[in-house]
Design a protein around this ligand. Structure first.
Ligand code: PHE
Length: 339
């Protein structure tokens, strides 16, 4: 740097730091940038008298210096200005405002952990799967060929320029992924986020949570499915709760059922939420379709299994009496504080 400029820099930076009041600072500013006699103003004006070859570098350096000093004046002004108003920028001795109570786990996380504990105790391992799936795992391998009408009920979000990728509509793709990776026998659960292209309202959300579970072993029967899920229902909702299974179609299980438990709001008497039936649907389940086992490279003659999918978001709504599903992802701390 040019020595003349360097001198100015050193001297003026000291002056800026020394200024104790806004007024003193204004004086430094004037002495530097004043239109008539400001030091830097004069320096910049003298540019035109410099020889051609010096003009460029000198000009650039002088301008950098100008920006640098201006910035320092601004910073200093914020500090001395604050001091003058009697409000120090940092008062390290000031007592803290009361610290708000520590946060809590999201209601969906709480339900998920409760189920994870329950299934782990029965020997299920807990797995995680990708939210961005491909058509094969989300549909094809789950016995939904390309033209299958059941696809219509699970419209989702596709990725521009990568039509084979989509946001998973359920956690079921992990049946196939996990079996391919670990082989049989296998017992696992997979909690996770799912997505559907829904017109959102109090009961429909484009993002929600499920918990998938499956068990593949020799001679697995429907009785095993029923026994495991009944144990879970009792653990989750208490011994009094009754569970019932009713036939329901899912392409990837055969037979398939809808799993219902006695409505916890009216205790089975019938209310608006359970549409006077006394029961609420909380999971879908069934025996894994041989086509799915084959897609997962599992010998369907040797092994059989059951699978189920809990609606975690729905469970949380029922457990806590939440009436609008959109609250879950609202990020509203008044909502979250309640759990
Ligand atoms: N994946 C199904 C759904 O999202 C639920 C399900 C899982 C049903 C496993 C049967 C077996 O609706």
């Amino acid at each position: 740097m040019n020595t003349e400029l360097k001198d100015i820099q050193d001297r003026e930076e000291r002056a800026i730091k020394k200024a104790k009041t806004v007024k003193e600072l204004a004086e430094v500013e004037l002495s530097l940038f004043g239109r008539k006699q400001g030091l830097l103003t004069t320096v910049l004006k003298s540019l035109k008298d410099k020889p051609e070859h010096e003009r460029r570098t000198f000009g650039a350096q002088a301008n950098t210096l100008k920006t640098r000093l201006t910035q320092q004046i601004e910073e200093r002004r914020a500090i001395v200005g604050g001091l003058e108003e009697g409000s120090e920028p940092f008062d390290l001795s000031e007592p803290l405002l009361p610290i708000p109570a520590t946060g809590s786990l999201h209601p969906v996380t709480q339900i998920s952990e409760e189920l994870e504990e329950c299934f782990s105790a029965m020997g299920f391992r807990v797995l995680d799967g990708p939210e961005l799936e491909n058509d094969f795992y989300n549909f094809e391998a789950l016995n939904h060929p390309a033209d299958h009408p059941a696809r219509d009920m699970q419209d989702t979000f596709y990725i521009k320029d990568a039509p084979a990728l989509l946001m998973r509509t359920h956690t079921s793709p992990m049946q196939v992924r996990a079996l391919r990776q670990y082989g049989a026998p296998l017992a696992a659960i997979v909690p996770g986020r799912c997505f559907r292209n829904e017109a959102t309202d109090a009961r429909h959300e484009h993002t929600f949570h499920q918990l998938e579970g499956f068990l593949v072993d020799a001679d697995v029967s429907f009785a095993h499915l029923k026994g495991v899920l009944e144990a879970v229902a009792h653990q989750l909702f208490g011994e009094m709760v009754r569970m019932r299974l009713r036939p329901k179609y899912y392409p990837f299980v055969e037979p398939g059922v809808s799993g219902e438990v006695t409505c916890m709001l009216c205790e089975g008497k019938g209310c608006r939420v359970c549409k006077q039936t006394g029961f609420l649907e909380v999971f879908g389940a069934g025996l894994i379709h041989p086509n799915v086992l084959r897609a997962a490279d599992i010998n369907a003659r040797r092994w059989s299994g059951f699978a189920f999918g809990f609606g975690l978001t729905r469970l949380a709504m029922l457990k806590y009496g939440i009436t609008d599903v959109r609250l879950f992802h609202s990020g509203d701390s008044d909502f979250l504080k309640q759990f």
